[in-house]
Each structure stands twice: as structure tokens, then as C-alpha cells.
Design a binder for this molecule. Sequence first.
Ligand SMILES: [Zn+2]
Length: 434
Amino acid sequence: MILNSLRQLKHLKKNQYLSTSELRSLQEEKLRNIVAHAYKNVRYYRRLFDGAGIRPDDIRTLDDLCKIPITTKKDLQGLKQEEIVSGGADMDKCVVKYTSGSTGQPLKIFLSPGERDYQILLNLRILMENGLRLTDKVAYLINPYRFPKSKFWFQRSGILRREYLSVFDYPEKHAALLMRMKPDVLYGYPSNLTLLALHIKENAINEIRPRLVFSVAEALEPNARKAIDSIMNVSTCDILGTIEIGDIAWQCEARSGYHVSADAALVEFLKDDGRPAGPGEEGKLICTSLYGYTMPLIRYAVNDICVPSDRTCSCGRTLPMMESIKGRANDFIILPDGKVIASCFLVIIMQAFHDVAQYRIVQEDKARLIVSLVKGKDFNARTPDLIRKEIDRITGNALRVDMEILDELPRDKSGKIRTVVSKVIPGMQEKISV
Ligand SMILES: [Zn+2]
């Protein structure tokens, strides 16, 4: 098991430096395999291919990819599990992930344990390429419901040591824990990391000196990056990930643009008219997982807006480049006593409600939040009350929470719905000055 992981990691390391033709032939071989598998074992893809009049043999090269119709989250949501999951999959062993409800009804994603491990290795490659050492202590600021329940044996012997901090804690608690923990690496949501950085500065804390900081899951705005970097004396590495396909793109030590993990996912950028975006042009992200056999995702519309790039990176890696436009970050929420809450508090609370198709939380004034919901499949009438209770719990009942149910929420320019919006301190991330 461990030997296998080490072998895969070695391949992943090598893949970063393949020549264009080597990378292309690796991608095409993986593409042919996944397409043949999906057609044979997944009813949805058989119907999709038959409907488009194509056979797996028609998809031989990357140039053939455009023959396959695009699949949206909506296309998959209405379908039964057995339509979208591979016929031979051992469902009892599968790992289930949910996409967030910010851009529509959450979608269940199924991964075999091996596919989940491969996603972890893809993430580990990013961390190691950015300087993670096996003996580093990493502090993860994440959803407490996702804290692992046990440690691997090698972690007890000082390899890949990890500590977990709840995103729901306030910066003073994070700071107190981190001062004791003295992590080499911080990994978390930029909204949390920004508040932590500002707290470190305000209180002149010297004991928190990570060597590396990774920002995931939310937009990292330039001023938030500047605050984290200058206060913690680091250069934050931003990772662009999706629940569906894992980490798609990431920054190398050059911190200029993003490398696409093109050995694990094919990435296309399509303009509104459906034509490919050229270098420097904005396009919607369409992804094909090259390793997800349990629930294949072929030409799946992720819908983030990104910009492909044809430049090569000064680091020497040959993985293709793109620029990211994640849209504007969520706002912070301020409580009447002046305490500031990171948007990820609310985002993570909402992730637990799989019957909500869409939501937006707006701080109208210093005393009031409005939570707008669009009902999803199997909507539970008690959900609005449960959401209110969860928000009351993390804000200490400091805000009035009004719930409203709408038919649809308006989208912003990036196609996403900003889920946490403040009318009290809008765009605080943009205004941070250090
Ligand atoms: Zn690079």
C-alpha cells in the first residue's frame, strides 16, 4: 500500500517534466481508457455517446475530445445513482463527497478508496513541490467534521505530522493553539488565514512562524495575500481545487499563474459561444478526470472562469499554465461587539445541508443576517430552523437571522453566486492594509 503510494508519487513527480509529446500521449492513453470504461459501465455515458452518434473508438486523441457533449452538474443531479456510477463499483467501500450548494443542488461524488488516495497524492505533490518536508508539522484549519479519526502509524513516528484546527474557532484561539504547536506549514481557507494574520500583527505575536502557507477553497484576493505574506513572512501558495475532480491547478515556487495537473485531469476553457478560449482569453472551465473510474466525469462543466496561458514557467515544469479568476471573495461578517467572522464559518455550516439547492447570506446591518435559500431535492421543512440554530451557535446569538425561501438567486459576473455578502464592511479583503 505504502510502496504503491510511493511509486505513484514518483510518477507524479516525473510527470511534471514530460515533454509536450510525452504528456500528450500519457493523456491520450488515459482518455481512451476512461472513455471505453465509461461507455461500457456507466449508463449515462452510454446514452450520451449513443445520442451523439459516437463510439469510444471515435475518441483517440485530445483533438477528438470536443466530439463528446458537455455534461453539467444539472445533467447528473436528476439521475439515479446507478445511472452515473460504474456498474462494477463496490458502493460499500466508496468515499462520498458533496459539492457545495453555492451554484446549484449539491451533487454526490463517489470515489473508490484508491481514487481518494490518488487525490491525496495529487495534493501531496503540490505541497512537496512547494517545499513541504516529510518531517514538517502541518496545521490544517479545516471543517471539524472532516477531522480524521485516527493517525497513520508513520505520523506517530514523526512523518507527515498533522494537527487539525477548527475553522469555527476565532483567531485568538487559533493563535493560542498555533503558538503551542509551532507548525512549519499552515493550510486553510484564506478568510481564516487573513484574520489570523491580522491578529498576529495586532498582538505582535512572534511565535507563529510557518515556513509555508497554502490557501485553498476560496478566492485569495491580492490584499489578503499581501497581509498573510507580509505578516507571516511567507509567500502563500494558492491551490485551485474542486470537490468533483480534486486539485486542478496550483502555484509553483514562481507564484506566477497556475500549473494544471494535466496528468490527472484534462482541462478545457470554453467561451460563451462554445469555442475554445485562446491564450489570454476568459473561458469556462471544462474538466475530464483521467482517474475517476467509479463515477467518471468526462467534459464536466466546473464553470469557474479561467484564462489559459501558452507561456512556459521559469521553474522548468512543463505542466501547462493557466491564470485563475476565481471571482470576488466572500465578505466577512462583523458582530455587534466588533468581532469579525470569516466567511468560511458560514460556508462550512451550509455544506452540511444537502437539501439546499442554493443559498446566499447577506449581512444587512450590524445586527441582522438574511439567509436566502432555494429548496433542493427532498427539502426538509425543518432545515431553515436548523440553519438558524447553527448560525446562532457560532455567533453566540449576536445577530438576528432572518430566513427567506426564493425560487432562484441571481448570479454574478463570474457565473458563481457569492455566498456571503456584507453590506456593513463589503470587500474587507480589498481594503486590508498592512
Ligand atoms: Zn512553475
